[in-house]
Ligand binder design. Structure first.
Ligand code: GTP
Length: 248
């Protein structure tokens, strides 16, 4: 009963009109050691539907680490570029999974890939992506940037800038950015807001440097928040203090 009540969309005045939600592939594993946990997938889809129902324009980038990690494959002797392309394909699998889950809930979606695979999805075309968002479709960007040596965080940041998203939301398993690693330092405290400069100077691990620099140089606000806490995404969009906001 509580659960179904929870999923009633609240009447929302949105703080952000257009968002880019970055999800990690690992998070989709749930408690499994590999692949996609259907329950977790549906939980995410429901959270995204709430934002969509409230009129927010939602774009999504999802990682592929639950299926394949290029960097680890390199340690095992695989060519890095080859491994990265396999990782990009893994993001397309996750994108298709989230697309299917969302459409099962009645959410209109379009999937665009940075690597052409026209039997499965549209190619990435920025102007078309923006049009889809304006028409009320959730747009999922698959295959990273389409280039090796870039992370999905970088792909998410790049797409967010391209579609002129108001904010990039990095959904993680932690509830924000801390002054130090809270698992190692019990005195660590969470930031509500922090400047890019401070994150950089203190070497806080938020995103890889390419993604981080893109955000900083383009004045794109970033919020790191716990995507596994029910209602968090909606509360954040309503302007509640959720996670950590990184600003210029
Ligand atoms: P509007 O032009 O705004 O109406 O957008 P639309 O996406 O509805 O039109 P379009 O005719 O481009 O697409 C219709 C359907 O075909 C949508 O589900 C698209 O995702 C899909 N589609 C479009 N282009 C491709 C493609 O290159 N490959 C695949 N697999 N599907 C595509």
């Amino acid at each position: 009963m509580l659960n179904s009540l929870h999923y009633l969309a609240k009447p929302i005045t949105m703080k952000y009109k257009r968002i880019l939600l970055k999800l990690s592939g690992e998070a989709l594993m749930g408690n499994k050691g590999f692949g996609i946990d259907q329950e977790r997938l549906m939980e995410y889809a429901k959270e995204i539907k709430l934002a969509y129902d409230a009129g927010c324009q939602v774009a999504i980038v999802i990682g592929g680490g639950n299926i394949f990690r290029g960097i680890q494959a390199e340690k095992g002797g695989m060519d890095r570029v080859h491994g990265d392309y396999m990782g990009m394909l893994a993001t397309v699998i996750n994108s298709m999974a989230i697309q299917s889950a969302l459409e099962g809930l009645g959410v209109q979606t379009r999937l665009q890939s940075a690597i052409k695979m026209e039997q499965i999805c549209e190619p990435f075309i920025r102007r078309k992506a923006v049009r889809h968002l304006e028409k009320g479709r959730v747009v999922i960007f698959g295959a990273g940037t389409g280039n090796p040596y870039f992370t999905t965080d970088t792909a998410a940041t790049l797409r967010a800038i391209e579609i002129e998203a108001n904010v990039i939301l990095k959904g993680t398993r932690v509830d924000g950015i801390y002054t130090a690693d809270p698992e190692k330092d019990p005195t660590a405290t969470k930031y509500d807001t922090v400047k890019f400069e401070e994150v950089y100077n203190k070497g806080l691990e938020v995103m890889d440097m390419t993604a981080f620099t893109l955000c900083k140089e383009n004045n794109l606000p970033l919020i790191v928040f716990d995507m596994n806490k029910k209602g968090n995404l909606q509360n954040l969009l309503m302007g509640e203090k959720v996670g950590t906001l990184v600003v210029a």
